[in-house]
Design a protein around this ligand. Structure first.
Ligand SMILES: [Fe+2]
Ligand SMILES: [Fe+2]
Length: 310
């Protein structure tokens, strides 16, 4: 069987986009960012209005929660780049275009809501946050597989779920019920986004199983969180992993494995030689992730024991 071109894949998947768009619109609940922000806690800042400058003690939320909130918000902030990526690849017409715009509008809520919350509650330094946003957005974002439909669908299937887990667990560590409720609401959106993309790739597995398998294998092999270009990301992601907000075990067991299970990758039939090789690579990668996750968990436990004995 000859491989389907990118254009053929888009055309063949368009009816699936249409069905899943209808499904998404039927289940997505309208919500309002302003309802999740405790406005009465806010105070005017220094600057033109002559209020009080931010200081570390303005908020009691833990350091690691601040770090995770900043990473999550900067990730959401780069929406123009993500929109550019998917609008360029999926197009702005027909059902694909309707999805691209709807998705962008929903994602736009996330950054708005989180920024309003952080500013009003003085949870993070607003000057540092704004400077970090400028640096991050000025660099832009490009998906490494941005000219391949199936690779991009595979990537966003994992990425939306990863983002969901990261938001939800960030909410948990803030110790603030309002923040937790906000991030749970955002996480629910990310879950619906994941389902949309995952369903599309499931259809691709029926249409072009070997191409789909190759896409998944390539994407799991070099998966990076969308915020990986954030200044100091490596250091921040270690703190986030140590706190159990997003670590390798969660990445493997709560993101990669469940999505692979939904696609039933280990029972897909009709693969050519490259499709089989791709599936073997996926299995090997899952094993490697398992080992790496266990190593990290051991180190984290040893570190916790060391800290406790001090
Ligand atoms: Fe989002
Ligand atoms: Fe999303």
């Amino acid at each position: 069987m000859t491989a389907l071109s990118q254009t053929a894949l888009l055309l063949e998947l368009e009816p699936v986009v249409e069905r899943n768009l209808d499904r998404h619109l039927a289940v997505a609940k309208e919500w309002f960012p302003h309802e999740y922000v405790p406005w009465s806690e806010g105070r005017t800042f220094d600057g033109p209005l002559g209020g009080e400058a931010w200081s570390e003690g303005d908020s009691t939320i833990p350091d690691v929660a601040r770090t995770a909130l900043i990473v999550n918000l900067l990730t959401e902030d780069n929406l123009p780049s993500y929109h550019h990526e998917i609008a360029t690849l999926f197009g702005r017409d027909g059902a694909w275009g309707t999805w691209v715009h709807r998705w962008t509008a929903e994602e736009g809520r996330h950054g708005t809501a989180i920024r309003d919350y952080l500013t009003v509650t003085r949870a993070v330094d607003p000057v540092a946050l704004e400077r970090a946003r400028m640096v991050h957005m000025s660099a832009g974002y490009a998906n490494v597989h941005d000219d391949e439909v199936l690779h991009s669908l595979a990537y966003v299937s994992f990425q939306e779920l990863a983002t969901r887990i990261s938001h939800r667990n960030t909410g948990r560590v803030t110790g603030d019920p309002a923040c937790e409720a906000l991030l749970a609401r955002v996480a629910a959106d990310e879950n619906l986004h994941m389902v949309f993309y995952r369903n599309l790739l499931a259809a691709a597995f029926e249409l072009a199983p070997s191409q789909a398998m190759r896409a998944v294998a390539d994407v799991v092999a070099d998966f990076q969180m969308p915020g990986n270009g954030i200044d100091g990301f490596a250091r921040k992601s270690v703190a986030i992993a140590l706190a159990g907000i997003y670590d390798l075990r969660q990445h493997r067991d709560e993101v990669v494995a469940p999505v692979l299970r939904q696609w039933d990758v280990f029972n897909v039939t009709g693969l050519d030689a490259d499709g089989e090789a791709a599936r073997e690579a996926i299995a090997a990668h899952l094993d490697e992730l398992d080992r790496a996750a266990s190593r990290f968990e051991e180190k984290r436990a040893a570190r916790a024991a060391r800290l406790a004995s001090r």
